[in-house]
Design a protein around this ligand. Structure first.
Ligand SMILES: O=P(O)(O)O[C@H]1O[C@H](CO)[C@@H](O)[C@H]1O
Ligand SMILES: O=c1cc[nH]c(=O)[nH]1
Length: 257
């Protein structure tokens, strides 16, 4: 029997239109904002001029446009680490070098309200995707300059408003409905600020590929204060998303990402 010809995925399709995101080199800029939800990509486009919808395949919708003269790309990751890792890998192949996730996330410390802003200083990797890439002890961390700028800009843009800014370590979970009371209490006891489902994959893939990444989320609920996704205060989330998008765009401009 002849030897099998094993495909090397790290070499296949490098300069091609990418299989999942549907983008080709030259169609995007160097910085991408990454919301989870495809319906939030047009919310980012509201801040941009000369907007083009470049592609929409599966959960990955992409629009480009200009913010203060800088070409910005917005691509949705879908929910969870598997599709986020694919989006980061494929966006990197077509020219993106910096990623800022603008998401929603549940708070794990008391006193944080829906709509408040949460900047990530690192992620507890409770996901399966990054385990496929790296050793269990490998850290999932943002680019330090990006994280620090997100915090600084968020504080500046929210000064004098009711919206507050928190910075700290988040958790990245795989299973939204497996977050039971014991797990929530354990994360809170460890001082974890908030939980979401994508950042660990974005951070690990970005570090492995020599790229920059950061995350700013709007608080969607508070799992230790009884504010669930189904509570009335959730209306504040949309304003929080818009605020987080503006912070990410300003960061892209200031750091020339
Ligand atoms: O609103 P997005 O950015 O999707 O983020 C959060 O919302 C989803 C869960 O409701 C997960 O994707 C989680 O990370
Ligand atoms: O993982 C997540 C993300 C948002 N909200 C939650 O309750 N859990």
């Amino acid at each position: 029997m002849s030897e099998p010809t094993i495909v090397d995925k790290s070499a296949a399709g490098l300069n091609a239109r990418q299989y999942h995101v549907g983008l080709a080199p030259g169609e995007v800029g160097t910085v991408a904002l990454l919301p989870g939800d495809p319906f939030r990509v047009p919310m980012i486009a509201e801040f941009l001029t000369d907007v083009t919808e470049v592609a929409h395949r599966r959960e990955h919708r992409t629009m480009t446009g200009y913010y203060k003269g800088r070409l910005i790309t917005a691509t949705s990751t879908g929910m969870g680490c598997p599709s986020t890792a694919i989006a980061v890998e494929e966006l990197a192949r077509v020219g993106v070098t910096s990623f800022i996730r603008v998401g929603s996330s549940a708070a794990l410390q008391p006193g944080i309200e829906p709509g408040d802003l949460l900047v990530s200083e690192g992620s507890l990797r409770n996901d399966g995707t990054t385990a496929a890439y790296v050793h269990p002890g490998y850290p999932a961390v943002p680019d330090l300059a990006v994280a620090s700028s997100l915090t600084q800009v968020a504080r500046e843009l929210t000064a004098g408003t009711a919206r507050r800014v928190f910075a700290g370590i988040n958790a990245t979970d795989d299973a939204f409905y497996a977050e039971g009371p014991e797990w929530i209490a354990e994360l809170s006891r460890l001082g974890i600020l908030n939980v979401e489902m994508e950042s660990s994959a974005m951070y690990v893939v970005a570090r492995l590929r020599g790229l920059r990444a950061g995350m700013i989320c709007a608080c969607s609920s508070n799992l230790v204060d009884g504010a669930s996704l189904y509570s009335e205060k959730n209306a504040a989330l949309k304003d929080g998303w818009m605020a987080s998008i503006e912070v990410a765009l300003e960061t892209a401009v200031r750091l020339e990402l």
